[in-house]
Write a protein that binds this ligand. Structure first.
Ligand code: PLP
Length: 447
């Protein structure tokens, strides 16, 4: 068995093939090689590629007008998308701003939380509590609350200070000695202690991913966690911000990921699956009760960029969300999620390095460990997660290597997040190719 030298393992931009076209789950490069999109890129392409109906809706909008500046005009796409998103969210999450992606949605969420407190005359609530091993985006505000320490490192000292990172809710790697049933109470107690340490009057909001994506390799919180955290938020007047950029818009089999837990946040972000990647689109959705003081004092949220509520991007969102609803795709994800999981179980059966296979709907993470009983990670220098991605790519499978084992404190993780339109045959193709790729990547490191 040949063990490759560690230094050669990377995804070099210079070595990337050129993309040519795509249809459904298939993507072709300019050499004619086909790839099956097992992760919807970075969990974005919920309708797959090349959807004619979405393309036509965008083209029709471009023929009318590409962009009617949000602060001069409203538009049919903007109003229709607002109604579709509010309907999909249900409850009091009726207000929103549309932005160009996930990081911008997170920035707006943080600012709306600060405006809410300011409008109530509470200028001391300026701090955010978020979690280790979370990813909220690449802008400085989002990095300030991200628990992806390796990605924050170059910016330390320039980030928003004074907040805190608390434990990620992870049933596979729980705090030592805490039984599964006791996890929600343990995490809620840690949260409460952190609020009390920072000062109950200083905390503006708690920000979390209901199902962690890029920084943890798909980690759904244990049952009861979100409700326990909501109770602490309510006790101390701390707003709850659910970052559903990756896990939302149906990916977990409910339109809002947090609906699975029966919890309504005060503010929510959504992006990737909202516009399906056809055009850049994200949204910050906020509750009517958050809007009330802001409207009264400021006459509406003080946020806005040149492309806020971009007309053609909203038209793309309307087309994607209309198809999602008409074709009952979220229900489909809910129904086929367990089928996909079973296929993966079958294909990964007997691979000792699979420490955890977890997820919800079409959002699945695989965590690889050197010792299953001890949950010991592989040597991070092996970059196993990149090797798996490369082995899969070679075989024509796109999967998403996520930042699990960057520092040796958790296993390597890889994400599978197929488009919601995937057939059972396509789910099987993904599972089979993934199993083969995983076996060959493990063989490379002699595992
Ligand atoms: N929040 C979460 C949970 C994400 O997964 C991401 C991106 O992966 C972001 C925010 C940032 O989104 P974007 O890359 O569109 O700026």
């Amino acid at each position: 068995m040949t063990v490759q030298p560690k230094a050669t393992i990377s995804i070099a931009a210079s070595a990337l093939p050129k993309v040519a076209w795509g249809e459904g789950l298939s993507v072709y490069d300019t050499n004619g090689k086909r790839y099956i999109d097992g992760s919807g890129g970075p969990a974005v392409y919920c309708l797959g590629h090349g959807n004619r109906e979405v393309n036509a809706a965008i083209a029709a909008q471009l023929d009318r007008i590409a962009h009617g500046y949000r602060y001069t005009f409203t538009s049919d796409p903007l109003e229709e998308l607002t109604a579709l998103v509010a309907g999909a969210c249900g409850g009091g999450l009726t207000r929103m701003v549309f932005v160009s992606g996930g990081s911008e949605a997170v920035e707006s969420a943080l600012k709306i939380a600060l405006q809410y407190h300011a409008a109530r005359g509470d200028m001391t609530r300026r701090r955010f509590i978020s979690r280790e091993r979370s990813w909220h985006g690449n802008t400085l505000g989002a990095l300030s609350i991200s628990g992806f320490r390796e990605r924050r490192a170059p910016y330390e000292g320039a980030l928003i200070e004074g907040g805190a990172l608390i434990s990620p809710a992870n049933a596979y790697r729980p705090p030592e000695g805490v039984a599964p049933d006791a996890l929600p109470a343990w995490y809620a107690a840690e949260f409460e202690e952190t609020i009390l340490r920072i000062g109950p009057d200083a905390v503006a909001a708690f920000v979390f991913e209901p199902v962690v994506g890029a920084a943890g390799g798909v980690v759904p919180a244990p049952p009861g966690y979100a409700a326990a955290m909501r109770a602490v938020c309510d006790r101390y007047g701390v707003l709850m911000i659910a970052d559903e950029v990756m896990c939302g818009a149906g990916r977990c089999g409910t339109w809002r990921a947090l609906a699975h837990d029966g919890v309504e946040p005060d503010i929510m972000t959504v992006a990737k699956g909202l516009g399906g990647g056809f055009l850049p689109l994200g949204a910050t959705v906020y509750h009517q009760r958050v809007a009330e003081p802001i409207d009264r004092v400021y006459g509406g949220v003080l946020t806005g960029h040149t492309f806020t509520g971009h007309t053609a991007a909203c038209a793309a969102g309307v087309a994607v969300q209309t198809i999602m609803r008409r074709e009952r795709l979220v229900e489909r994800v809910h129904e086929l999620g367990p089928v996909f999981m079973n296929l993966l179980r079958r294909e990964l059966d007997g691979i000792e390095a699979v420490g955890d296979l977890r997820g919800r709907g079409f959002f699945v993470g695989v965590e690889l460990v050197a010792d299953r009983a001890l949950k010991t990670p592989f040597d991070p220098a092996e970059k196993l997660y990149i090797r798996i991605r490369n082995a899969a790519f070679e075989r024509g499978l796109i999967c998403y290597p996520s930042g699990g084992n960057v520092d040796g404190t958790a296993g390597d993780t890889v994400i599978l997040a197929p488009p919601y339109i995937a057939t059972e045959a396509e789910l099987e193709e993904i599972a089979v190719l993934f199993g083969l790729s995983l076996r060959s990547a493990l063989a490379e490191i002699g595992a």
